[in-house]
Structure formats: structure tokens, C-alpha cells
Ligand binder design. Structure first.
Ligand code: IPM
Ligand code: MG
Length: 367
């Protein structure tokens, strides 16, 4: 089968982790006889530097024509706002938000899986997490406070009364489609859904609850409940094993997925898939661009490599191929290979490239 994949390496550690993921794609292509045609385009800071735009039109066009998009990371150092004076207010992260919107990728799947091999790297006590955990966070990705109206008002008389606003917007249709995605995913898992909101305060959350009750009627086999986001943040560290599928809004999902990821030992382990109504999906690690370690060959490429597995599964219907990647990752972890972020005593410390090569080798040699 031939598939066209646009790669968007982006900023910071993006290019080095994407390079390892592309090697994995080539190995999968060779082993299973697929032609993966790879086309590199620009996004983020690197695009702002060369094209003066965080998401050039050409990138959008190429992504729309592709079968899948693989993204590294976007953004520069969070303490230096290099783009504060950009005439249109553009900044690297806007490119990422815009490509999600342009491709209508409203559901973001962020699995948080603790591999038994990494239980040593998990910051929680063994009595809490045991030696494994498997949560799927389903985050709404193209609406909510991220995309609501933003405004600035300047009070000429008293500047202390100047203000800024961010509107949290959700239509019934937007809520319904992400809930449906989440419930459908739960049907293939342990059939347990927790919808996370702040319904004791927010009107949008109340609407989420109403629509949840409606959607749940079509899924009588699913056990579902609601949970406030502050409690969910606490439950994730007190009793993470109670969760199977968490469905939530754009911003709550952004925050909770970072928290859940650390239970897995490192945010460097977490892949993600952003999907819409069609097969075209965007796949990216859940972590950021980590500019502080860029170019040092120490970043963990596993989140990006596992994102390729998700690409095979969700955009290409290539389940065998997805499993070949996941098995290879498990194998190298079992053999003790660790990048710095997941390193514990007695393991074999490797860099980005060596980790990628070890995974490729297992893909070639595994049955
Ligand atoms: C993520 C990131 C992005 C987000 C940023 C870079 C805009 O944190 O993908 O989780 O908030 O969605
Ligand atoms: Mg985030």
C-alpha cells in the first residue's frame, strides 16, 4: 500500500526525534511492503524565521493532500518571547493550533501507559500504581477556551482597569462528537468512561453533562460518571487505576494529559493522535520542543515512534504494523535501553539515535 505522509519536524528536539520516527517508518515499509512517501514541510518557530508565518499556506495544502501528518514539536524557550512584536501577533504555537483547526482534528487521543519495565521511573508508590497502568485521555481539540473569542480592553483613565478576556465556547455538536468518539473508544477497552468538567462553576460544563446523558443512551454497556477537574487531578495521583477512558475539554485535557504522562515515568513516552471525521490524522508526541536539550542527542524518541504506531492503526488500518512497532519498543525497554529521562540504576543509558536504531533493529529481527 502506498501512503503519503507529511512530516513537520518543527522546533527544538522536533527534528531529531522525527528523524528516528522516519527510520522506523522506513523499516515498517520494507518489512510489510508498503511505500511510504515522505514530504517535509515547515511549522512553528522555524517557519516564522524563514517564511514569517508559523503555518505557511503550502504546509496546510500539503497536509490536506496527505494520508497522515507526523509532527515533532513546536515552540521556543517559554521564558523568552521572541515573537512579542510580530506584526500579526503570530507565534510558534499558533501554527500548531491552526493546523489542528484547518484539518478539523477535533479529537485528541492521549494514551498514558505505564510499562512494567518502567515502573521504577514512575514517581508514584508501587502500592498506588502497581506495575502497570493504561488510561486513554480523549481531549477535545478544536474548540473551548483555546479557540473562543479573545479580547483586550485598555482603560485610558486608569490602566489598572485594563483587562483581557478568553471566551470558553462549546456548541452541542462539538460536545456530542467528542463524547461519541470517547464512548466508541471505551467500547474497545474496559467500557468505563469518566467525563471531566467543572460543572459546579462553568456553564459549558453543565452543557457537557446534558449531552453526556444523551450520548450515553446509545452506549448502554458503558459505565460512565462525571468528575470535577480539580478532583480528577487529585485522583490521578491517588488512584490512577480507577480510570479507563477520560473524556474532557481542550484545556482540561491539555493539563491532565501532562499529569497522567508523568505517571508513565516520563512525558517522553507519550504518543498522541489527533483525528477528525476522515482517516487523515495528525500524530505527535504529547511533549513539547524541550529547547534546553535540543541537538544533544539525549531526547527520548519513543513518544514520536509510538505516534507512528498510532498512525498505522488509526489512519492506515495497519494493525500488524502498529503492533510491530509497539512490540519493538517493549523489547528494547525489557532489554534495559533507557534515554536519560527514563534512566534508572542498572540500565543501559543511550541517546536519541541509539534508541531509534535499537527499535529499528527489533522491528527487522522480530518475527
Ligand atoms: C499540547 C501543547 C499545545 C496545546 C501548545 C504547544 C499550544 O501543550 O499539545 O499539549 O496546549 O495544545
Ligand atoms: Mg500540552
Amino acid at each position: 500500500m502506498t501512503k503519503r505522509i507529511v512530516i513537520l519536524p518543527g522546533d527544538g528536539i522536533g527534528p531529531e526525534i522525527i528523524m528516528q520516527a522516519v527510520m522506523v517508518l522506513h523499516e515498517i515499509g520494507d518489512k510489510f511492503d508498503h511505500g511510504f512517501i515522505i514530504d517535509e514541510q515547515m511549522i512553528g518557530e522555524v517557519a516564522l524565521e524563514t517564511e514569517n508565518c508559523s503555518l505557511p499556506d503550502k504546509t496546510i495544502e500539503k497536509c490536506k493532500q496527505a494520508d497522515a501528518v507526523l509532527l515533532g514539536a513546536v515552540g521556543g524557550d517559554p521564558n523568552i518571547n521572541r515573537w512579542a512584536d510580530h506584526p500579526t501577533g503570530d507565534r510558534p504555537e499558533k501554527g500548531l493550533l491552526k493546523i489542528r483547526k484547518e484539518l478539523n482534528l477535533f479529537s485528541n487521543l492521549r494514551p498514558a501507559i505505564l510499562y512494567p519495565e518502567l515502573s521504577q521511573a514512575c514517581p508514584l508508590k508501587e502500592s498506588i500504581v502497581g506495575d502497570s497502568m493504561d488510561i486513554m485521555i480523549v481531549r477535545e481539540l478544536t474548540s473551548g477556551i483555546y479557540f473562543g473569542k479573545k479580547s483586550r480592553f485598555t482603560d485610558e483613565e486608569n490602566d489598572e482597569y485594563s483587562y483581557a478576556t478568553d471566551e470558553m465556547f462549546y456548541s452541542k455538536q462539538e460536545i456530542r462528537r467528542i463524547l461519541k468518539t470517547g464512548f466508541e473508544i471505551a467500547m474497545k477497552r474496559n467500557k468505563n468512561v469518566v467525563v471531566v468538567d467543572k460543572a459546579n462553576v462553568l456553564e459549558t460544563s453543565k452543557l457537557w453533562r446534558e449531552i453526556t446523558t444523551e450520548v450515553a443512551k446509545d452506549f448502554p454497556n458503558i459505565k460512565y460518571s462525571h468528575m470535577y477537574v480539580d478532583n480528577a487531578a487529585m485522583q490521578l495521583v491517588v488512584n490512577p487505576k480507577q480510570f479507563d477512558v477520560i473524556i474532557t475539554t481542550n484545556m482540561f485535557g491539555d493539563i491532565l494529559s501532562d499529569e497522567a504522562s508523568m505517571i508513565t515515568g516520563s512525558i517522553g513516552m507519550l504518543p498522541s493522535a489527533s483525528l477528525g471525521e476522515t482517516k487523515l490524522g495528525l500524530y505527535e508526541p504529547s511533549h513539547g520542543s524541550a529547547p534546553d536539550i535540543a541537538g544533544e542527542d539525549i531526547a527520548n524518541p519513543i513518544a514520536t515512534i509510538l505516534s507512528v504506531a498510532m498512525m498505522c492503526r488509526y489512519s492506515f488500518d495497519m494493525e500488524k504494523e502498529a503492533q510491530a512497532i509497539e512490540t519493538a519498543v517493549k523489547n528494547v525497554l525489557a532489554e534495559g535501553y533507557r534515554t536519560k529521562d527514563i534512566f534508572t540504576e542498572g540500565c543501559k543509558l543511550v541517546g536519541t539515535t541509539e534508541m531509534g536504531e535499537a527499535i529499528c533493529e527489533r522491528i527487522i529481527n522480530n518475527e
